[in-house]
Design a protein around this ligand. Structure first.
Ligand SMILES: Cc1cc2nc3c(=O)[nH]c(=O)nc-3n(C[C@H](O)[C@H](O)[C@H](O)COP(=O)(O)O)c2cc1C
Length: 173
């Protein structure tokens, strides 16, 4: 797809049809995460691709709200950054998530960012620690978010250009 068109049609997709994501599409999405820039090119992220239904179900409950779609996702990708390598783990994981979200849109695959960092579960336990436990990751691994992936049940309509958005732009010449 033409890049500007990807930007135009990109939406967060939380409802999935249950159809399989083609393996080559999933591979290109993960590849987009791997190709994302990282501070000082330190590449601190590991990319954990979850297809296991039981693990997806567990991930859906690591925080109070906003992660339920993971239960019906075809897959989830979790960029987990080793904070002993990079103090820019939040930025590096976020850029990887964004690249994969855009790559998914380009593939016609639905995806949604599930925020983990700074979130808590029903028992006020830390969502990031919950994810580390489920994925058997050590305490140095930091997780900003999870990318939930599935073939869209329906594709939300593209946003209409919002003329008010221009008010958020300041041009200094
Ligand atoms: C940092 C960040 C965290 C987000 N966390 C969640 C989340 O936990 N659950 C969710 O359903 N959507 C989450 N989203 C998706 C936003 O709700 C969504 O991008 C926003 O409502 C705009 O909709 P759109 O992506 O379809 O344009 C998150 C998005 C970002 C950028």
């Amino acid at each position: 797809m033409e890049f500007n068109n990807v930007l135009r049609i990109r939406r967060s997709v939380r409802r999935y049809s249950g159809k399989a994501i083609p393996a080559d599409s999933l591979e290109r999405i993960v590849q987009a995460g791997l190709s994302a820039p990282t501070s000082r090119n330190q590449k601190p992220c590991r990319f954990i691709v979850v297809r296991n239904r039981e693990i997806l179900k567990q991930l859906a409950h690591v925080k109070q709200a906003g992660g339920a779609m993971l239960e019906n996702a075809y897959a989830a990708v979790i960029p987990a950054a080793d904070s002993s390598i990079a103090d820019t783990w939040a930025e590096d994981t976020s850029i990887a998530l964004s690249f994969m979200h855009l790559a998914a849109a380009n593939e016609g695959v639905g995806s949604c960012w599930v925020q983990i960092h700074l979130r808590k579960d029903e028992k006020e336990e830390d969502a990031e620690e919950n994810v580390r436990k489920i994925l058997s990751l050590g305490p140095a691994f930091r997780i900003t978010g999870i990318l939930s992936l599935g073939m869209p049940e329906e594709m939300p309509a593209p946003h209409q250009p919002d003329t008010n958005d221009r008010e958020r732009v300041t041009v200094m010449e």
